[in-house]
Write a protein that binds this ligand. Structure first.
Ligand SMILES: NC(=O)c1ccc[n+]([C@@H]2O[C@H](COP(=O)([O-])OP(=O)(O)OC[C@H]3O[C@@H](n4cnc5c(N)ncnc54)[C@H](OP(=O)(O)O)[C@@H]3O)[C@@H](O)[C@H]2O)c1
Length: 321
C-alpha cells in the first residue's frame, strides 16, 4: 500500500468508500450489508488500507453502524472518516451529530469529521465553531470539508482558526474540476484531496455500455450513466483497457492509479465485492508511466458528456450522498 502524509496524518492512498453499506440505492441486497460489507472492511485492513469513509447520511446511519461493527477489535488499524449532514447546520447540531456518529461507529474519537457539502443558506462560522468544540472534547481528531471549492476551503480554515485537513470532492478521469484549484491548494498547503466516485460509480470499470447501463437507483441519477454518455466514454475506456493490458491490470485499477499518482490525492472507491476491493487496493502498487498518464489525461480532455456532468440538479442530488 502507498500512503499519503500531510497535515500531520498518514492515510492510505486507496481507502474504502462506504456509501454502498446498508444502502438500498445501490441494490446490493441484505446479505451485502450484513456480511460482504464487513468482509470488505476486514480485507481492506488486512491489506494495509487505513482510510474508511462513511457518512451519517448513508442509509440513515446504517453505514456508520456497519463500519462500527467491522472495526470491533480493530479500531486502531483504521483512520475513520465520517460526515455531518449540513441541514440547518448550527454549532449545537454539529456537536450533537458528531457525538451520535461516534456512538454509531463505536469509537471514542472520529479521526476525520467532514461537512458533507456547503449549505449556501447558512453561514460557515457556526459549523466550524461546532467542529472546534468537538476537537476540544476529543470527539474528533481532524476536521474536513466535502464538495467545497478551494476559496471556501480557505474560508473554513479561517473560521476554524486552524487548517481544515481535507476536502472530499468528485474527482475521476471523467470529472477533473478539482485539478483546477483544490488539488493545487492541497499541494501548496499540506492538505489532502479525497477523491470520491473515482471509478465514476463503476463506469470506469469498463463493464457497462450504452446497451448495458449500470443498475440501481443511485446510478440512475448520475448524468454520466445515461446511455448517450456511456457511448461517449467508449474511446477513453478503450485507452484504459489497452494500458491495463500492458500492466496485466484492469481498467478500474488504471483509473485509480491515474488519480493517486497526483501528490496529496487519495481515492475512496466503493466496492460491490471483496474481490473488487482487492483489485482496488492493488491499484496503489500500479505505476503508470508519464506518457500513459498524459495519454489518459488527453482522452479525458476529449470526453464531452451531453448535459454536462455538472448540471445543477444532478450535482445537488450527488452532494446529498
Ligand atoms: N462526499 C460526497 O458527496 C460523496 C459523493 C459520492 C460518493 N462519496 C464517497 O465516495 C465513495 C466512492 O464513490 P461511489 O461509490 O459513488 O463511486 P465509485 O467508487 O466510483 O464506484 C463504486 C462502484 O464501482 C464498481 N467497482 C468498484 N470497484 C471496481 C473494480 N475494481 N472493477 C470494476 N468495477 C468496480 C462497483 O459497482 P458494480 O460492481 O455494481 O458495478 C462499486 O460499487 C462512496 O462510497 C462514498 O464513501 C462521497
Amino acid at each position: 500500500m502507498k500512503y499519503v502524509e500531510a497535515g500531520g496524518v498518514r492515510v492510505s492512498a486507496i481507502g474504502v468508500g462506504c456509501w454502498q453499506f446498508g444502502s438500498k440505492d445501490w441494490g446490493y441486497g441484505k446479505e451485502y450489508g450484513e456480511t460482504t460489507a464487513v468482509d470488505i472492511v476486514h480485507t481492506a485492513l488486512d491489506l494495509g488500507v487505513t482510510l474508511i469513509d462513511t457518512a451519517e447520511a448513508y442509509a440513515r446511519g446504517a453505514s456508520e453502524a456497519i463500519v462500527g461493527r467491522a472495526l470491533t477489535g480493530r479500531r486502531d488499524e483504521a483512520f475513520v472518516a465520517t460526515k455531518f449532514t449540513p441541514l440547518s447546520p448550527t454549532a449545537s447540531r454539529v456537536v450533537e451529530h458528531g457525538r451520535q456518529s461516534a456512538l454509531r461507529l463505536g469509537v471514542d474519537t472520529i479521526d476525520l469529521y467532514q461537512i458533507h457539502w456547503p449549505n449556501p443558506v447558512f453561514p460557515l462560522t457556526p459549523q466550524l465553531d461546532g467542529m472546534r468544540t468537538l476537537l476540544d472534547e476529543g470527539v474528533i481528531a481532524h476536521v474536513g470539508v466535502s464538495n467545497f471549492g478551494a476559496d471556501r476551503w480557505a474560508k473554513a480554515d479561517a473560521a476554524l482558526g486552524q487548517p481544515v485537513l481535507s476536502n472530499q470532492v468528485h474527482f475521476s478521469l471523467l470529472y477533473r474540476k478539482p485539478d483546477t484549484a483544490n488539488v493545487p491548494f492541497a499541494q501548496a498547503n499540506d492538505r489532502i484531496v479525497i477523491a470520491y466516485s473515482p471509478l465514476e460509480m463503476g463506469v470506469l470499470g469498463g463493464k457497462y455500455s450504452a446497451d448495458n447501463p449500470p443498475p440501481g437507483v443511485a446510478r440512475s441519477r448520475s448524468p454520466l450513466c445515461l446511455p448517450e454518455n456511456l457511448a461517449r466514454v467508449e474511446p477513453l475506456l478503450g485507452t484504459l483497457r489497452r494500458i491495463a493490458a500492458a500492466h496485466d491490470a484492469t481498467p478500474a485499477q488504471v483509473a485509480l492509479a491515474w488519480l493517486i499518482r497526483k501528490p496529496h490525492v487519495v481515492a475512496i472507491p466503493g466496492a460491490s465485492s471483496v474481490d473488487q476491493l482487492r483489485h482496488n487496493v492493488a491499484a496503489a502498487d500500479l505505476d503508470l508511466t508519464d506518457d500513459e498518464a498524459a495519454e489518459l489525461t488527453a482522452e479525458s480532455d476529449a470526453f464531452t458528456p451531453i448535459g454536462g456532468v455538472d448540471t445543477g440538479k444532478a450535482m445537488l442530488r450527488r452532494r446529498r450522498t
